[in-house]
Design a protein around this ligand. Structure first.
Ligand code: PEP
Ligand code: MG
Length: 574
């Protein structure tokens, strides 16, 4: 039967395809008691699940293509070994008997005992094996819950739609390597890093659907309308035909936008606007160049640090940064120093170990606390500055003391390179992100000691309005048009103009074409956004006359009524 679900669209476009449920079996485990007479059936059910997973793994191993990397089969062997170990295949049966509980629960209990034991292991490599245990347990639980035989990534056809309870940024960066038509999740906020990555997959995506993972079945046909934030499950013939038409129209519109690629972004009154791109991994440069962006306004380097056992060393970072700097052929490349923490954890398991990760040791705070790691990143960025037009951007500034310490560290890194006769650009500009209200309110003091400013509206909104950007329960409060947010943005742009420091917006607001005119009206001349948005924003720039924006933008700034702000914005865009 067809039904519709509503969530928050985070990346536009329409996709029609078959659902692929991403396992999150551990979250689904319920605890219930099994009557005495059914205990032996329950242990059999468990044995059966283990057997079927063993069978799946064995056939997966057999069907590996000739050219599959050697690690693949070693990886499957490890999982088979773990599965066969009595601590996983026998111990849960004992728990079922002694606690009279269901098999899933028993297995989860046993998994927790085992992973706690792994935590104690000194050796990094062995300790990491706990993730394999979790993955094997996931498979067995899935078999118990009746979603068996998840195909592997390699087997998936393109055109599938990922349906997940949640994806961490670390998961999303992995999915980036695969071809999916769309993805939808139960939880998540519009500017969570997962949503940002979803957008960077450049496919329609919707978050905060609440029960998609429960209600949608594997293989079911679904329509994802990223613009409206709507998912239609098992659509009827007419709906399907209508959406196929809409999909064609949307693609046609994209084709039309492509014609603007070579056009310079100049307003009707002749003012040049810089439209730059945000990237996460060096491979994103291809999309950046295809979008017509004239520089990189934000390179989120933290994604180089994710999904791995050890942090990348200076050499590896240097190679990545140099590649980006070179490929951009003299166009600016703004490399942000590590902004790990909050929802961007190095490994998903370490997430949320502190009560308020977004308010914790994140970004520049973490870098100053880890001077050795910071030093090698700064050296890598400086070395790359010899190969292109590199700028350094410091995230999450909150006090001048942090800024000065960071600049001292940059100087120290420069000095070490001088001593080794390694070339770098001594004039490399250093900018700061204005994304904490304290920094916005004291922006002039920061601007005096910086070469440029970049407004991170995602965090600025999160911290100004006190809403966790990853929590969809407070997603309704997420409002880029909140007067307090607009004031802080305008204040920062004005301070930059007064002191002659270029200001860019690199949060998600910069890529929302509905906000382009308002930001231009505030005096913004540099935007950095996901490459997929560049042409739509350029279209707005091309039909805007700056001199006509002033009175309406002033009214928007003065408005404290959401409805009024919306209607003023509509008028501005008319
Ligand atoms: C921001 O906060 O707006 C920003 C651009 O940085 P990030 O989304 O990576 O925190
Ligand atoms: Mg930020």
């Amino acid at each position: 039967m067809s039904f519709t679900m509503h969530g928050v669209g985070v990346s536009t476009g329409i996709a029609i395809g078959h659902a692929h449920l991403v396992s999150h079996a551990l979250l689904e485990v319920a605890h219930y008691l099994i009557p005495k007479e059914k205990i032996s059936d329950e242990t059999k059910r468990f044995e059966h699940a283990v057997k079927s997973v063993r069978h799946d793994l064995a056939s997966l191993r057999k069907s590996l293509p000739q050219n599959a990397p050697a690690e693949m089969s070693a990886f499957i062997d490890t999982h088979l070994m773990i599965l066969q170990d009595a601590s996983l295949s026998e111990a849960p049966k004992q728990i079922i008997r002694t606690e009279s509980c269901n098999a899933e629960w028993a297995l989860k209990q046993q998994m927790e005992t085992l992973t706690a034991q792994f935590e104690e292991i000194e050796d990094d490599y062995l300790r990491e094996r706990k993730f394999d245990v979790v993955q094997v347990v996931e498979r067995v639980i899935k078999a118990l819950l009746g979603h068996p035989n998840q195909s592997t990534m390699a087997e998936q056809e393109s055109g599938m739609i990922l349906v997940a309870h949640d994806l961490s940024p670390a998961d999303a960066i992995q999915f980036k390597q695969h071809q999916f038509a769309a993805f939808v999740t139960d939880v998540g906020g519009a500017t969570s890093h997962t949503a940002i990555l979803a957008r960077s997959l450049n496919i329609p995506s919707i978050v905060a659907l609440h029960r998609a993972r429960d209600l949608i079945h594997d293989g079911e046909l679904i329509i994802v309308d990223g613009e409206q934030g709507v998912v239609i499950v098992a659509p009827d013939k007419d709906t399907l035909a209508e959406y196929r038409l809409r999909q064609e129209q949307w693609e046609l519109e994209q084709q039309k936008l492509k014609r603007l690629k070579q056009t310079r972004a100049v307003t009707l009154d002749g003012v040049q606007i810089d439209l730059h791109a945000n990237i996460e991994i060096p491979e994103d440069v291809a999309q950046t160049r295809a979008s017509g962006a004239t520089g990189i306004g934000l390179y989120r380097t933290e994604f180089l640090f994710m999904n791995r056992r050890e942090w990348p060393d200076e050499e590896e970072q240097f190679e990545a940064y140099r590649k980006v700097a070179e490929t951009m052929k003299g166009n600016p490349v703004t490399i942000r120093t590590l902004d790990i923490g909050a929802d961007k954890q190095v490994n998903p398991d370490s997430a949320r170990t502190c009560a308020n990760p977004a308010l914790g040791l994140r970004a520049i705070r973490l870098c100053l606390a880890e001077p050795q790691m910071f030093h090698s990143q700064l050296r890598a960025i400086l070395r790359a500055s010899h190969y292109g037009k590199v700028k350094i951007l410091i995230p999450m500034l909150c006090t001048l003391a942090e800024l000065r310490q960071a600049k001292n560290q940059i100087e120290r890194a420069k000095q070490s390179l001088r001593e080794e006769d390694i070339p770098f650009d001594d004039q490399v500009p250093v900018g700061g992100m204005i994304e904490i209200p304290a920094a916005a309110l004291g922006v002039e003091a920061f601007a005096r000691e910086l070469d440029f400013l970049s407004i991170g509206t995602n965090d600025l909104i999160q911290y100004t309005l006190a809403i966790d950007r990853t929590d969809d329960a407070v997603g309704y409060l997420y409002n880029p048009l909140h007067p307090a947010v607009l004031h802080l943005i305008e204040l920062t742009i004005r301070a930059g103009a007064k002191l002659g420091r270029p200001v860019s917006v690199c949060g998600e607001m910069a890529g929302d074409a509905k906000l382009t005119r308002m930001l231009l009206g505030f005096g913004l001349r540099q935007f950095s956004m996901h490459p997929a948005n560049v042409l739509a924003v350029k279209k707005q720039v091309l039909k805007t006359e700056l001199s006509k924006l002033e009175s309406l933008t002033r009214k928007i700034l003065a408005s404290h009524e959401a409805d009024k702000t919306e209607s003023l914005l509509a008028k501005l865009n008319a």
